[in-house]
Design a protein around this ligand. Structure first.
Ligand code: FE
Length: 337
């Protein structure tokens, strides 16, 4: 009798512990409202509760580093391969061996040592207004053509998206050629860099410039919000050009995630990332921010479909992180503010 009671008590205790451990702590640089439906779907499929901490990308990494061994974080989800690489260099990630992730995510969109995995793709093409008639623009390299003087709007060099774009050019064209290109590009600026990608689209629509470099999801988001008439009309004046289709392809980047080496709930962390790479989640995850799914064969949002198919640069995105410091120095030398 006594033995049975002890056994029952032990079973109850282990059941309670199991319940407590069925959670995962996600540090996310994406807007909470965007992530919530996806995380709810994960919980209803697996029974694993997600505790979500949302903050700015760089602040999250700093927080993980300062929490060190005491960090409750299991997964860091952030944007840009450059940032994912910074987290890798900071030593906060732990490698994940997962056939599911390797089968779902093309190799160029995940870390070569399996420390982080891309979950959505964003392209950074060239966008034009009808006023851009000086030359036919088909490549990023064309942006340095002196005929485009005072025509280009692009955000500052402090922005990681531009650093990653320059990093990809270093890989394709070498450092000296990229530096000459960056100088030519800066010489064509219509104004000193200011604002985010949406602001470049707004400036072009207002006639301040005719050529913009921006991430696709910003334009899609402006096009989707018909209630914001000003932005909708601005975005409607912009045409997307897929650069370098004859060569390396259009520059792309990812949002992605890695499991932290101090993760208290490692197994659940892996399950969460695997879920985000599943067919259902890929569709939702891409659509919440008007991105491209990282996995092949997933239907695109209609706004993205309307821009047509394009060839993406197949450069392994780890290179964007590896070239980041050189890119920054180069942009500095080119006086890219
Ligand atoms: Fe962004």
């Amino acid at each position: 009798m006594k033995k049975t009671l002890i056994l029952i008590a032990a079973l109850i205790l282990s059941a309670c512990q199991q319940q407590v451990s069925e959670e995962v702590n996600l540090y996310s640089a994406r807007k909470e409202a965007l992530m919530k439906p996806l995380l709810d779907a994960f919980t209803s499929e697996t029974g694993i509760k997600v505790n979500l901490i949302s903050s700015k990308a760089d602040a999250l990494l700093t927080r993980i580093e300062s929490e060190a061994a005491n960090s409750p974080a299991d997964v860091l989800l952030t944007t840009d391969a450059g940032r994912l690489h910074r987290a890798k260099l900071a030593g906060v990630f732990s490698a994940v061996v997962s056939d599911t992730l390797i089968d779902s995510i093309p190799s160029q969109y995940r870390d070569s040592e399996n420390l982080w995995f891309g979950l959505s793709v964003r392209a950074r093409p060239i966008m034009l207004t009808a006023a851009a008639t000086q030359i036919e623009i088909t490549r990023y390299e064309d942006l340095a053509d002196p005929q485009l003087a005072e025509q280009i709007c692009i955000r500052s060099s402090g922005n990681i998206y531009n650093q990653s774009l320059v990093a990809s050019s270093i890989e394709a064209n070498g450092e000296a050629s990229t530096e000459a290109w960056a100088k030519g590009l800066v010489a064509n600026f219509a104004r000193s860099p200011q604002g985010g990608d949406r602001d470049q689209v707004r400036a072009a629509a207002a006639g301040q410039c005719s050529v913009v470099v921006a991430n696709t999801y910003y334009l899609a988001s402006m096009l989707s919000d018909t209630e914001n008439v000003v932005d909708y009309q601005a975005a409607s004046k912009i045409k997307v050009i897929w650069p370098n289709q004859e060569g390396r392809g259009t520059h792309v980047n990812v949002s992605g995630a890695g499991v932290l080496k101090t993760a208290p709930n490692r197994d659940n962390a892996i399950k969460l990332i695997e879920f985000l790479a599943s067919d259902t989640a890929q569709k939702l995850y891409a659509d919440v921010n008007f991105e491209y799914p990282v996995k092949a064969g997933i239907e695109l949002h209609p706004i993205l479909k309307a821009w047509g198919e394009f060839k993406a640069d197949s450069l392994p995105l780890t290179k964007l992180g590896e070239n980041n410091a050189r890119a920054l120095q180069l942009m500095d030398r080119a006086a890219w503010k």
